[in-house]
Design a protein around this ligand. Structure first.
Ligand code: PMP
Length: 394
């Protein structure tokens, strides 16, 4: 049987990390994989996480199963972070999942279960795993225009034009904030336009929010999502603690559904649990237990928010530094988009050849579509990167 298998395609981003590790050049720079790094180039464990971890180690008395939905206190805390104060809050139900990836897959399976003819609209470009996950669940995928390669901002007219043709059998997948891979976020007035289209034409919004707190702030980053949650009847949400709690390998996320009524949301939750039972059965506990410990303690919540603010601040400073280093070299503002983008990523609009040149001539690792992880940069290497970008962009 196994001999029938052709080799798997390598994941473009994960294979970049391996190539980086094997590169002997001292000047190499990893702007590939999407993890936050501090000024020493490390991905640290947050202090609030360490403290919660210690509390758990001291107090936990069993490793027995928790349950299909994971911890309900965690589910509630995650729902609070995103939906508190919205109309949809009381009509929502949440399930702890293995990362946002687990949430994406469970919600995809749920859509297929409810309505196999569903088409999921994905931004062009989008997170590399969106299309494979939706298709693996049996759903049809369509793309809506998103990124204007000239302005390096959202092409709102083209996006809204395309979404105007989405109807009741369609689900529109939106990035809550910090769009991966472009860094270009939807502006408030365009969230409002999407909201109006959803109500008029009956499509279901599906918000993937993997970077809450990395863009403008914990509250600000949820504004688009909250606007929808205030108005639409049904909505799906995939959320992650990988970045904002730095819990990447602990696989901590949640799938949240908003239904027409609390009863319908509860019913959908029951079906997600049934799907989870046939997949991984129960989510891993450790990361969610840490998040629950933090979010149910005022002191740890404050500490976590302060640390998250500092991470965001560092990314913003790096963005400003890189934009001004480039402005100093070009004498114009063509790279200002870097400081306007949100979150860890920016799509630079380079050709594949230019990205290859960054790698070959400068040891700079970016994703092939010219996505860079700004958080992978350190203050002392801004000039090096700026020189390299000018050299390859010539
Ligand atoms: N959604 C988006 C937009 C992402 O960028 C990522 C990856 N960081 C995920 C989902 C998956 O996140 P997780 O590691 O929590 O599974």
């Amino acid at each position: 049987m196994l001999d029938l298998l052709s080799p798997a395609q390598q994941d473009p981003i994960l294979s970049l990390s391996i190539a980086f590790r094997e590169d002997n050049r001292a000047e190499k720079m990893d702007l590939g994989i999407g993890v936050y790094k501090d000024s020493q180039g490390n991905t640290p464990i947050m202090q609030a996480v360490k403290a919660a971890q210690q509390q758990l180690a001291d107090s936990q008395t069993t490793k027995s199963y928790v349950g299909l939905a994971g911890s309900e206190a965690y589910n509630q805390a995650m729902t609070n972070l995103l939906l508190k104060g919205t109309d949809g809050f009381s009509r929502s139900a949440a399930v702890q999942t293995p990362g946002a990836s687990g949430a994406l897959r469970m919600l995809a399976d749920l859509m297929y279960l409810a309505k196999p003819i569903t088409t999921v609209w994905i931004s062009d470009p989008s997170y590399v795993n969106h299309k494979p996950v939706m298709e693996a669940a049996g759903l049809t995928v369509k793309f809506y225009p998103y990124f204007n390669a000239t302005t390096k901002q959202v092409d709102a007219d083209a996006m809204l034009d395309a979404l105007a043709s989405a109807g009741p059998d369609d689900v529109v997948l939106l990035h809550g904030c910090c769009h991966n891979p472009t860094g270009a976020d939807i502006r408030p007035e365009h969230w409002q336009a999407i909201n109006e289209l959803a109500q008029k034409n009956g499509f279901t919004p599906f918000v993937d929010i993997a970077y809450q707190g990395f863009g403008e702030g914990l509250e600000e980053d949820a504004n688009g999502l909250r606007l929808l949650a205030d108005s639409v009847e049904e909505m799906l949400i995939a959320t992650s603690c990988s970045k904002n709690f730095g819990l990447y390998r602990e696989r901590t996320g949640a799938a949240i559904v908003i239904g027409k009524s609390a009863k319908e949301a509860g019913n959908a939750k029951g079906r997600i649990l049934q799907l989870a039972r046939a997949t991984y059965t129960m989510p891993p506990d450790h990361g969610a237990a840490i998040v629950e410990t933090i979010l149910t303690s005022d002191e740890l919540t404050k500490q976590w928010k302060d640390e998250l603010d500092a991470m965001r601040g560092r990314i913003i400073t790096l963005r400003e530094g890189l934009s001004s280093a480039l402005a100093a070299r070009t004498g114009d503002n063509r790279f200002d988009f870097i400081k306007e983008h949100k979150g860890m990523f920016s799509m630079l609009g380079l050709t594949q050849e230019q990205v290859a040149k960054l790698h070959d001539d400068f040891g700079i690792y970016a994703v092939g579509d010219s996505r860079i992880n700004v958080a992978g940069l350190t203050e002392t290497r801004i000039d090096y990167l700026a020189d390299a970008l000018i050299a390859v962009a010539k």
